[in-house]
Design a protein around this ligand. Sequence first.
Ligand code: PGA
Length: 255
Amino acid sequence: MDLIIAANWKMHKTTAETVDFCQALLQNESLFEGVKVLVCPPFTALPAASGVLRGSTIKLGAQNMHWEEQGAFTGEISASMLLELGVDYVIIGHSERRHLLGEDNRMIRLKVKTALESGLKPILCVGETETEREDDATEKVIKKQLVEALEGLTAENVHSLVVAYEPVWAIGTGKAASPADAETASSFIREVIRSIYGPKTESNVYIQYGGSVKADNIGSFAVLPSIHGALVGGASLEADSFGTLIQAARKAVIS
Ligand code: PGA
């Protein structure tokens, strides 16, 4: 299985900054062989990113979507609007949306379902808060997030699912999970998926680790048996250092 490394820019970068980043990243494209690289800009920068990245191996992701096809949903964006721009992936249920914007597992389930039915590959984010971890509730929380997000979906539906394990306490704090803890949580995610869909489906699901991933720690996550890549926030904002991070992951896996 390849690695899949995604840049989650959150609310950063104008259209002009996006064009500069994408052009700079493309300079190093040949060094990313064997790694699926994707860039997830804000909605407003998707058309520009799509224009620059067209024809390259670098894929485009969105940071959110609504589950309805169209209608009176002020401020929302549908799957077909994303597909029209050449978007392949969509981040769903990021902890910032869960905790700052009130997204719950029901909304996340509807989004995952619509994404899969529309041909978008969802990156479903799960992970515990610091308090939940201290209460020894990590597995319980992750299981509930997964089971409720996947309810009603068949093995066929989830063939292109990506799950990002992102402990909330590790996001943007500079305090990444230890590789051992990331592996324990990710192998538990695999166990839950296997118990619902069986081993064949489970083995096709990519799991990313996210939370303070940098060029100097990506290698220790990339080599873990249950993990195949990363969802990167802060360290994805500069094309050069993001390129270095991708190469560090590749090197760790090859060596
Ligand atoms: P971070 O963010 O790399 O800045 O910790 C990761 C994420 O929120 O996806």
